[in-house]
Every structure is written in C-alpha cells, then in structure tokens.
Design a protein around this ligand. Structure first.
Ligand SMILES: [Zn+2]
Length: 114
C-alpha cells in the first residue's frame, strides 16, 4: 500500500487551507475524496516555495476534489523527489488525474524513472 506520509485529510476549502498550512514553504500535497470512508488520492502536487498557494490553486478544479493532505519539505528538490514518488506509486492504481509526470524547473531528474 503506497504511503503519502502527510497530515490530513482536511476539507479543500480556502479557509481550511489557510488554517492548516500556515507556513509559505516548499511542500507536497495530495487531493482526493472518500471512497468507503478511505481517503482516495486523485491528484498529487507540490509547491516549490509556497505550498499554501499551490493547494489554494486546486480549489474547484474538479468536482471530486474534496479533501487534501499535505507535508512540508526541506527544499524544492526534496518536494520534487517526493512528488515523483507519489506520482509513480499512486498512478499504478489508475485513479490519478495527473496527466503528466512531474517536471523540475531546476533540472532535477526523477529518481524513480527507469
Ligand atoms: Zn519518474
């Protein structure tokens, strides 16, 4: 079972995001909804420097985007690597709505691609 290593889930609403993610830092998030009372991941993302803004940008993007989980990262590079891990682990189930593999703006290579 893939693991997110994140806090939550919390409602994907602007006030809840502001209350939960209080530091403008790099980090990761997962968006999803409950299926049979289990948090099911639909989208994984990251913020390179401003995690709360990255999550706010997801509000209202899809009718099933109801809940989010998040974690802070020590650096943009760490956030990229965790984003890649999530992408690979959760795309196996076929439910992920991410259309493309995460891309690095600073030339990092995914450690999970073969
Ligand atoms: Zn990869």
């Amino acid at each position: 079972m893939p693991s997110l290593d994140m806090e939550g889930p919390y409602p994907l609403r602007p006030e809840a995001i502001s209350a939960c993610i209080t530091v403008k830092a790099p980090g990761n998030f997962a968006i999803g909804h409950l299926v049979n009372n289990r948090f099911t991941v639909l989208y994984v993302g990251r913020g390179e420097s401003n995690l709360p803004k990255a999550v706010q940008d997801m509000v209202g993007r899809h009718k099933d985007f109801r809940l989010f989980k998040f974690s802070y990262a020590v650096s943009a590079a760490a956030a990229f690597q965790k984003h890649c891990r999530h992408y690979h682990e959760f795309s196996r189930g076929g439910k992920l709505l991410n259309k493309r593999h995460p891309e690095s703006k600073i030339g990092l290579v995914c450690p999970y691609c073969e």
